[in-house]
Design a protein around this ligand. Sequence first.
Ligand code: AMP
Length: 308
Amino acid sequence: MSKLVIVGTVAFDAIETPFGKTDKILGGAATFIGLAASHFNIDAAAVSIVGGDFPQKYLDLLSNKNIDISGIEIVKEGKTFFWSGRYHNDMNSRDTLVTELNTLADFNPVVPENYRNAEIVMLGNLHPIVQSSVLDQMVNKPKLVILDTMNFWMDSALDDLHNVMKRVDVITINDEEARQLTGEYSLVVAARKIHAMGPKYVVIKKGEHGALLFHNDEVFYAPALPLEEVFDPTGAGDTFAGGFAGYIAKTGDTSFENMKNAVIFGSTLASFCVEKFGTKRMENLENEEVHKRLLQFKQLTQFDIKLA
Ligand code: AMP
């Protein structure tokens, strides 16, 4: 089993979907990643920052799931990162209404001493300079570094993003962002271009249409489970990344073959995340439910065709 370091936002979100609207609720990339990774019983730590307005019960939620929170800095006089978004009717696309960086604007992440030798590093969506700074603190070269990012950082810190991309093994990105980053419509061509920017493995998330994993000329595709209820897709990408990273940390196997399973685990966990607003569904998700859905996944994709 490997140690996992997670860096990302721990945040307040306000969300509007065709099914409803929330005030400020718990959100943030590191929160969703941590909740997903907690299903693998691994040694994981979250590195982030919040303000004095952040409720202790949210921090307790993470530590009760065995996520080490000693790397989450609390700035008493500061305010927590706040994001607000509105989903379109198809739920596959959204508009960001507000991004208030608050304490995140001056965030200098500090990886706890006992996690600087972690084998797996999950760089959640954050300023690429902050992501790089986490890598600078690792005492050994990690076995696998996974990076997630979004259009916000492509618009505001593209050069820094290119710099950190050179230092990572896997990138997880959604289809729209892959197109923005490369200027290519075809995701196959986009993946090839992203590959040339640094990451050896490129995961392109396509919301309700699943996820693609590219490595050189090899491609693996995992569909998303067809769900009756999609309530709020917020955090699905991070939950996917947390499932992916957690599975790799648990197995310690970074081969392409094993990454396929990591993609399936990521997709399975993400399929739960979208069933309720924010983190609600992930807070009480039982391993048995995950196991059942993994079996459904297997059935969905398995066929036995006789070829002449
Ligand atoms: P996802 O739906 O997986 O893309 O992630 C949604 C989460 O990302 C929300 O909980 C937000 O708090 C967080 N988020 C939104 N914008 C940013 C940003 N610019 N940097 C870091 N985290 C963000």
